[in-house]
Design a protein. Structure first.
Length: 513
C-alpha cells in the first residue's frame, strides 16, 4: 500500500511539472488605429524567440507558443509604430485586436551608418533618399535601375550613357562631386562594395560606355538608400564624398495564412524598344537613310521566384532570363541571373544571413555617335550617305561582350545578452568581362586593311570584410541611444589584358592564333 502511494505521488508530481508548460494559441487581427482598415503582411512575433508569423489579407494572424510565464508579443509594420504587448499564457489570447498608429516621421527607417552591413535609426533625413523598390516592381516591371530610381529619389538622377541596350548607368546627385575623380558614388549590394566603374573596353565604339550595374535585375531589389552631400562624407570619409548607394536584395518572408510556407511568383514580360525621334528632311538631307537603320527591338523576359520558410529558416530564390534587342542593328543583351538569399536562426542568440547572386550576360554594341564606322556617322554627317564606310561593311562589324559576375556575402550575428550584438561578415564581387571586336578581312574599311580581330579581358575581384558591435541603452527614461563600433576592410584586385591581330592573309583566317 505504501509503494502504491509513493507511485501515485511520483505520477502526480510529473503531471504537475508537465502542466507548468502551456501550449498557447495566439490569434487576432491587426488594424490601422485611425481608419480601422485591416493591415496585411504585418510581422507578428514573440520577443526573444523564433516563433512568428505575418497577417493575411484580412489582417488576421495565428501562431502557437509553448511557455509557462508571461511573454511579449511584438507587432511591426513599415510606416507604423512598432507595438509590444505583454501577455499571460493563462489568459484567452484567441481574440486579440491590435491597432497600429502611423509613424509619420518614419522613426524606424534605417540607413547605413558608415559600416555597410550595419544600420541604425535615421538621424539625418534631409541627406537621405529612399526607394522602396519591391513596392514599385510589384505594380509594374522596370527595364533597369535607371527606370526604377528616376523621379523617386529627391536630388538623385540616373542616366544611361547611351540609348543602346546594355549601356552604363551614371548617377547625378545634388550636393555630389568630390575626390574620387569619376564623380560617382560608391555602391554596396547586401553589404558588398561593387565595382561601379564606367569603361569602354580596350576598343571603343563611338564613346559608348558600359558598367556592371547593367547586370542588376530590378526584380531582385528590395530597397535602395542613397546618402548624399556631407552626410555621406561624414560616414564614409573621402570614399563617400560623391555619395553612397546601399542596395538591399529581397529576403525570405513568412507567408500569411495557416499551413502555408512558400509563395511562388512567375512573371512574363513582352514589349518593344522603338525609335523615339524620327529625323526629318528639313533637318538632314539624308534623314530617310538615317531612319532606315532603326528597327523595333523585341523584349522578352521570364522571371520566377519562390519565398517562404519557417521561424528558423527563411529563403528567397529567383531566376530571371531577359532577351532584349536595341533599336539599332547589332545591339542586343541576353542576361540570365540567379539569386538565393537565406536567413537562418539556429537559436535565440545566433542568426546567419547568406546572399548570393550570379549573372551571365552577353551584349553587342553597334558603332554609333559621330563615328565614321557607325550607322549615324555615315548617314547624318554629310550629304552623301555611307561616304566613309559602305553599309555592308558597317553591318558586319561585330563588337560583342561576354561577362559573368558573382556577388555573395555571409553575415553572422551573435547576441550574448539583451541589447548587445556582435556581427562579422565577408563578401565578394567577382567578375570576368571579355570583349571581342572584329572587322572582316573581305570588306573595305577606312581605318583597317585586310581585317582585324581584337580581344580585351577585364578581371575584377573585390573583397569586403566587416566586424562591428552594437549596444542599445536608455540615456534617460523614454530616450534611447544606440552605439556602434566597427571596422571595414576593402581589398581589390584588377587585371586587364588585350591582344590584337590584323592584316589577315586570307579571309578564311578570322581569329588570333
Amino acid at each position: 500500500m505504501k509503494k502504491l502511494f509513493q507511485l501515485f505521488m511520483v505520477i502526480s508530481l510529473l503531471f504537475i511539472m508537465v502542466s507548468l508548460s502551456y501550449s498557447v494559441d495566439i490569434k487576432g487581427v491587426v488594424k490601422d488605429a485611425e481608419t480601422d482598415a485591416a493591415l496585411a503582411g504585418v510581422n507578428v512575433f514573440i520577443e526573444s524567440s523564433n516563433a512568428g508569423t505575418t497577417s493575411d489579407n484580412e489582417g488576421y494572424f495565428s501562431l502557437s507558443y509553448e511557455t509557462e510565464k508571461e511573454f511579449t508579443l511584438t507587432i511591426s509594420y513599415v510606416g507604423y509604430r512598432t507595438a509590444a504587448i505583454s501577455l499571460n499564457p493563462m489568459d484567452d489570447l484567441t481574440r486579440l485586436e491590435i491597432e497600429l498608429s502611423e509613424d509619420v516621421f518614419e522613426s524606424e527607417e534605417i540607413v547605413v551608418t558608415g559600416i555597410a552591413s550595419r544600420t541604425s535609426k535615421d538621424v539625418a533625413e534631409v541627406a537621405i533618399s529612399r526607394v522602396k523598390a519591391s513596392e514599385y516592381t510589384q505594380i509594374q516591371p522596370y527595364q533597369s535601375m535607371t527606370q526604377l530610381v528616376t523621379g523617386k529619389a529627391a536630388g538623385v538622377q540616373l542616366k544611361s550613357t547611351s540609348g543602346n541596350v546594355g549601356g552604363s548607368i551614371r548617377f547625378f546627385m545634388r550636393s555630389g562631386g568630390g575626390l574620387n575623380g569619376d564623380e560617382q558614388p560608391i555602391i554596396y549590394i547586401d553589404g558588398v562594395r561593387i565595382d561601379n566603374t564606367d569603361f569602354t573596353g580596350r576598343y571603343t565604339s563611338g564613346g559608348q560606355d558600359m558598367s556592371i550595374l547593367a547586370n542588376l535585375n530590378p526584380e531582385d531589389i528590395e530597397n535602395i538608400e542613397i546618402l548624399k552631400g556631407p552626410a555621406s562624407a561624414a560616414s564614409y570619409g573621402t570614399s563617400g564624398s560623391n555619395g553612397v548607394v546601399l542596395i538591399t536584395t529581397k529576403k525570405g518572408k513568412l507567408i500569411p495564412g495557416i499551413g502555408k510556407n512558400i509563395s511562388l511568383d512567375y512573371r512574363y514580360l513582352s514589349g518593344m524598344n522603338t525609335q523615339s525621334y524620327e529625323y526629318k528632311d528639313e533637318d538632314f538631307i539624308t534623314a530617310q537613310d538615317a531612319n532606315n537603320v532603326f528597327r523595333d527591338g523585341r523584349i522578352n523576359q521570364h522571371t520566377i521566384s519562390a519565398s517562404g520558410g519557417s521561424s528558423a529558416l527563411r529563403y528567397y530564390v529567383a531566376f530571371d532570363n531577359r532577351d532584349e534587342d536595341g533599336i539599332l542593328r547589332n545591339n542586343y543583351m541576353h542576361r540570365k541571373s540567379f539569386r538565393a538569399n537565406i536567413n537562418a536562426f539556429p537559436n535565440e542568440k545566433i542568426s546567419l544571413k547568406v546572399n548570393a547572386g550570379y549573372t551571365i550576360s552577353d551584349l553587342a554594341r553597334p558603332q554609333n555617335d559621330n563615328n565614321i564606322l557607325g550607322y549615324l556617322g555615315n548617314t547624318l554627317l554629310f550629304s552623301v550617305p555611307y561616304m566613309f564606310t559602305d553599309s555592308l561593311s558597317v553591318e558586319n562589324i561585330t563588337d560583342t561582350h561576354h561577362n559573368n559576375q558573382f556577388i555573395g556575402s555571409v553575415q553572422l550575428t551573435y547576441t550574448p545578452i539583451t541589447n548587445l550584438e556582435f556581427m562579422a561578415g565577408a563578401g565578394v564581387d567577382n567578375y570576368n568581362w571579355r570583349q571581342d571586336k572584329s572587322f572582316p578581312p573581305d570588306l573595305p574599311y577606312p581605318t583597317v586593311d585586310q581585317g582585324q580581330r581584337s580581344i580585351y579581358n577585364r578581371q575584377n575581384r573585390q573583397l569586403t570584410y566587416d566586424l562591428n558591435a552594437r549596444y542599445s541603452y536608455n540615456i534617460i527614461p523614454k530616450l534611447r541611444a544606440i552605439s556602434i563600433l566597427g571596422a571595414q576592410i576593402f581589398e581589390r584586385k584588377l587585371q586587364t589584358s588585350y591582344s590584337q591581330s590584323e592584316d589577315f592573309d586570307t579571309e578564311l583566317m578570322t581569329d588570333i592564333g
